[in-house]
Design a protein around this ligand. Structure first.
Ligand SMILES: O=C(O)c1ccccc1NCC(=O)[C@H](O)[C@H](O)COP(=O)(O)O
Length: 229
């Protein structure tokens, strides 16, 4: 089993950035979406990006952003990765890549097998694919909702070349690592004490559970069925 890399998303403070990096996080995510409790301005992101200082990849999450904003983001914040978390088409993904020169990660909301067909649509144009739970109808933000989808659906995929997100927390990360075994894991509200407020204790619990799961290795099939059916 390859050790998945971890992205902690929705970080807003230097202190929490230092905590996750000290625990081996290799990608930090900043959210630019005004309705989100994790929203950061361009100025905030410039400051925090400087604080990261090359210790991890910096990803900025956007939702159906326009060209003018994306150009400003690329020149001023210079993120390594731009995450497209709206209803961007494959053509739009290619256009964002050409416009910004950044690595582009497309988020695909998953509820059913049919949604997994979207992977084939985006794979040729997106540098990375993130599979996330679809936002509940009661939520006004498309991500960071702390809900999972049925990870059993992913058994049908041949490739593990995706980042898994949605509802990963200190209690669910074992199944994410040992049952799904994706290339990357993305966590946001699972390490928050309230929406938009990260918690050092939860961050440590998450990484402790992650290390234990990696150490334990993949689950034998009979055990997998018994524990995570
Ligand atoms: O986190 C947000 O507030 C957010 C707002 C708008 C679009 C996307 C957003 N988050 C995207 C992420 O990459 C989250 O990490 C992902 O949805 C998982 O969230 P969670 O279930 O809370 O771990």
């Amino acid at each position: 089993m390859t050790r998945p890399h971890i992205k902690i998303c929705g970080l807003k403070t230097e202190g929490h950035i230092d905590t996750v990096l000290a625990r081996g996080c290799s990608e930090v995510g900043f959210v630019h979406f005004e309705r989100s409790p994790r929203h950061l301005s361009i100025e905030d992101m410039i400051r925090l990006r400087a604080h990261v200082g090359g210790r991890a990849l910096v990803t900025v999450v956007t939702v159906d952003a326009d060209d003018e904003f994306l150009k400003r983001l690329a020149t001023r914040v210079r993120p390594d990765v731009i995450q497209l978390h709206g209803s961007e088409t494959a053509a739009r993904v290619a256009a964002v890549q050409a416009l910004t020169g950044a690595t582009v990660m497309k988020a695909i909301p998953v509820t059913s097998m049919a949604d997994l067909e979207e992977i084939e649509r985006f794979r040729p144009v997106a540098d990375r694919i993130l599979l996330d739970a679809r936002a509940p109808k009661t939520s006004n933000i498309p991500g960071g909702n702390g809900v999972s989808f049925d990870w059993g659906l992913l058994d049908a995929l041949e490739s593990r070349d995706f980042t898994l997100s949605g509802g990963i927390n200190p209690d669910t990360i074992e199944a994410a690592v040992r049952r799904v075994a994706p290339r990357g894991l993305d966590v946001s509200s699972g390490v928050e004490r309230e929406p938009g407020v990260k918690d050092d204790g939860l961050i440590h619990r998450l990484f402790d559970a992650f290390e234990a799961a990696v150490e334990a290795g993949p689950l034998p099939l009979h055990e997998e069925k018994r524990r995570f059916a």
